[in-house]
Ligand binder design. Structure first.
Ligand SMILES: [Zn+2]
Ligand SMILES: [Zn+2]
Length: 269
């Protein structure tokens, strides 16, 4: 029984849990849905709701303001593309401050329950939690951001494959994610930049810690200082240059970036 329930969880067969909320993190019935939207207490993924201003919706609103009908809405495709890429960069940079992004997806959908949604998946749940705590309630482009943990961690299940192949007949009102494409080279560049930035911050943190440590030792009297010198000397002999490898990973190399703590000052304690 338990195994059966686990297998059908979040599928059409599951009469209790909503498959759309489970897979896509958004369901058009919202709180009126007859099935359960099980909101996770933690997740690697956060959803920033309705934060991207969809050019079609914006054009419709503008047309309405100017007394023209929806049919009078005109989208400047090229301008919209530029705005989108600037938006994407803004969010990539801002969110990367909290940790390594495994995915950043902006929805092109037009349905009210999905329009402007941004999903950000981090390498670690703690990073997602930090991002949520800081971003939720902040403003972007005049909009107060509403952020929640999302059950979506596998975007292959959430995305509309037809949209990716440019054949989705449901258009903007499709209930699967229409993920706006971003040039891979742009993403790679931003990833590299974010990685550099994190490494720089980590180095500064280590340097600060070392300085504080030195200050503590100086203030702590001669015995402690001698103890530390002895430890260092022993370490140097034993490892054939433990401190050398440390300074190497500090000066360059990408390898040190993943094992935060491992190669950093933590071992100094
Ligand atoms: Zn639902
Ligand atoms: Zn679709």
């Amino acid at each position: 029984m338990a195994r059966h329930l686990a297998r059908i969880h979040g599928t059409e067969e599951d009469k209790v849990n909503c498959p759309f909320y489970f897979k896509i993190g958004a369901c058009r019935h919202a709180d009126r849905c007859s099935r359960i939207h099980h909101r996770p207490a933690f997740s690697q993924t956060i959803l920033i709701k309705h934060v991207y201003r969809h050019p079609i919706r914006e054009a419709e609103l503008k047309a309405a303001r100017e007394g023209r009908g929806v049919d009078g809405a005109i989208v400047d495709e090229e301008g919209a593309r530029e705005d989108f890429l600037a938006f994407f960069e803004d969010f990539f940079q801002e969110l990367s401050k909290f940790g390594r992004l495994e995915a950043l997806h902006v929805c092109d959908n037009l349905g009210d329950h999905m329009i402007g949604h941004v999903y950000a998946k981090f390498a670690e749940e703690e990073e997602a939690a930090d991002a949520l705590n800081v971003m939720n309630g902040r403003y972007y482009d005049g909009r107060r951001m509403e952020v929640e943990f999302s059950p979506v961690t596998d975007f292959r299940e959430a995305r509309c494959r037809d949209f990716d192949e440019d054949t989705c007949r449901r258009g903007g009102f499709c209930n699967f994610m229409h993920i706006k494409p971003v040039p891979l080279c742009l993403v790679r560049d931003m990833e590299d930049e974010a990685e550099d930035e994190r490494r720089r911050e980590e180095m500064e943190r280590m340097e600060r810690r070392r300085r504080e440590e030195r200050r503590d030792h100086r203030g702590g009297g001669g015995d402690r200082r001698r103890g530390r010198r002895d430890r260092e000397r022993k370490g140097g002999r034993r490892g054939g240059g433990g401190s050398r490898s440390r300074s190497r990973s500090r000066s360059h190399s990408k390898s040190g970036s993943r094992d935060r703590g491992g190669g950093s000052g933590v071992r100094y304690e």
